[in-house]
Design a binder for this molecule. Structure first.
Ligand code: ZN
Length: 127
């Protein structure tokens, strides 16, 4: 299972590659959360604005969830920290900088029902 240290390493790597260290400069943190069970669509993550923290659904800690899905979620929420709440055309353009963006859309479609029905680990179990 992926833990918080894994999340922080991934966030840091994106920060260096795409965001020129802006997340680190702003002290943005990342952690797991355990939302209510999904009803209509799976909630991958969310972010408290302004400034974070970024929070990822503990379901994404399962090893069977493709790493690219987890990384794309971190990237998406990091963009919210830097660009605000709205999914503007510029936001969407930045999101597509991720080389595997299109692949992730397909993976998410395939896994939607499994993600919604998956066991939901407690935060203490992914720490
Ligand atoms: Zn969003």
């Amino acid at each position: 299972m992926r833990n918080t240290a894994w999340l922080r390493r991934a966030l840091h790597a994106f920060d260096m590659i795409y965001f020129e260290g802006q997340l680190q400069d702003r002290g943005v943190d990342i952690k797991w959360f355990r939302p209510q069970p999904a009803k209509e669509s799976f909630l991958y993550g969310q972010v408290i604005l302004p400034g974070g923290p970024i929070m990822l659904n503990t379901v994404l800690a399962h090893d069977w969830v493709p790493t690219k899905i987890v990384l794309a979620t971190i990237h998406h929420e990091a963009l919210h920290v830097l660009l605000g709440e709205e999914h503007s055309p510029y936001f969407e353009l930045m999101e597509k900088q991720l080389p595997y963006y299109a692949e992730v859309q397909l993976l998410e479609n395939d896994l939607q029902s499994r993600l919604m029905q998956a066991p939901r680990p407690y935060v203490r179990d992914v720490r």
